[in-house]
Design a protein around this ligand. Structure first.
Ligand code: FAD
Ligand code: MG
Length: 357
């Protein structure tokens, strides 16, 4: 009798303990949800507005993370910028045949050369002499003479640059410009560090080069807008749902100048030395790797629709959204069908080449 009573009591005790535990878990979960705090930094770096937001439960820790992230951008800008005389890129550019560099500069150049090879030079990190001639986004943009462009073009050839250990060698007079890949590469380093430090939710925006860590603060995929070209900032033609992904867009509509009724933009065709005459108005790539996405969307813009579609059909792991120049048609890879919503009803949508095609 006593034994039965003991069992009943212990059963009751166990049930009560489980109930208390569940209630405690509920309270913890509830208060964790309520205790979401954020930290934010906005600053001008890399020639653009940089905006980083992180969410968590410890404001002090988030502030420390974002301060470290901003310092990291400065450190990497000091290595990669063509505009900073002491950078490692300037060291290569001012040398005759190349220079010794640190591991990070060697890694980003290796990555840039790989994408240059894959895109048959549509993306070419040796574009600097052409960028310099045009001076777009400087105080003195100009249309160079034909002779100047013909003089600079032979220097644009990624195949004459190589990286071996910490040494970068190049053809005489060649110069590098990592403007088409470095924002992506830096975004990758920032998101890697945030993840490694346990940050579960963050948005890194390096002048439209977006990378997200985890889910949004509402615990669902981030909804990232694709800018409608030539419309005011924040006017989107499509939305991409993203978790732990990067979305990078290239287009001719932000950095340009007008001369005698002609618009000249900053994405150059390495084969001609002139702004690429693309039949696309914007290219977005969705990828885990922001550096690849950055370089590829610059390349696709140069390649134009037909070549890009062919490339995407041969590389089914790439996710892309291409908007035609007349802004009437959106082409997207099938592998992002479930992530993409085209909001602009005047645009038609066609799926191409991705996984499952
Ligand atoms: P993307 O399409 O990603 O890249 C276009 C840029 O890549 C061009 O501006 C050119 O630099 C280069 N490029 C053009 N055509 C090609 C091609 N076919 N292949 C390869 N590359 C090409 N801007 C300033 O105004 N002042 C600064 O001091 C400054 N410093 C910077 C420092 C760093 C480290 C970086 C990464 C960028 C800096 N920028 C600066 C911005 C830079 O000049 C570009 O404008 C920017 O990176 C372009 O990015 P995007 O996403 O608009 O275009
Ligand atoms: Mg780019």
């Amino acid at each position: 009798m006593k034994k039965i009573a003991e069992v009943l009591i212990s059963k009751k005790f166990l049930t009560a303990a489980i109930a208390i535990l569940l209630a405690a878990m509920f309270v913890c979960e509830f208060s964790a949800r309520r205790r979401v705090v954020s930290a934010e930094r906005e600053t001008y770096k890399l020639g653009t507005v940089v905006h980083i937001t992180a969410y968590g439960s410890d404001k002090k820790a988030l502030d420390a993370e974002l301060d470290a992230a901003v310092n990291e951008i400065t450190r990497l800008e000091n290595l990669f910028s063509v505009n900073i005389a002491s950078s490692e890129i300037s060291k290569i550019n001012s040398s005759d045949r190349g220079a010794g560099v640190g591991a990070e500069t060697a890694a980003i150049i290796t990555e840039a050369l790989r994408i240059a090879g894959e895109t048959d030079g549509a993306f070419d990190p040796t574009i600097e002499p052409i960028v310099k001639l045009w001076g777009i986004a400087t105080d003195h943009p100009r249309v160079p003479g034909k002779g100047e462009i013909e003089g600079a073009l032979p220097l644009v050839d990624y195949r004459r640059v190589s990286v071996s250990g910490g040494n970068v060698s190049k053809g005489a007079g060649q110069k590098l410009d990592l403007g088409g890949i470095a924002k992506g590469w830096i975004a990758d380093r920032l998101s890697d560090k945030l993840r490694a430090d346990g940050i579960k939710s963050a948005l890194i925006d390096l002048g439209g080069n977006l990378s997200v860590v985890g889910e949004s603060s509402e615990r669902r995929a981030w909804r990232l807008g694709l800018q409608r070209p030539s419309s005011s900032r924040g006017e989107y033609f499509a939305i991409i749902e993203a978790t732990d992904l990067s979305v990078v867009t290239s287009g001719p509509y932000e950095r340009y100048f007008d001369r005698d009724g002609v618009r000249y933009h900053h994405i150059f065709d390495p084969k001609t030395g002139y702004p690429a005459e693309s039949d696309l108005s914007s290219v977005s790539i969705v990828s885990k790797n922001s550096a690849d996405a950055d370089a590829l969307c610059t390349a696709f813009f140069v390649m134009g629709l037909e070549k890009s579609v062919r490339f995407l059909k041969a590389h089914k792991d790439i996710s892309a959204v291409l908007l035609t120049k007349d802004m009437k048609k959106v082409y997207a890879t099938t592998n992002i069908k479930d992530k993409l919503t085209v909001e602009d009803k005047s645009m038609s949508l066609e799926f191409i080449g991705g996984r499952g095609d």
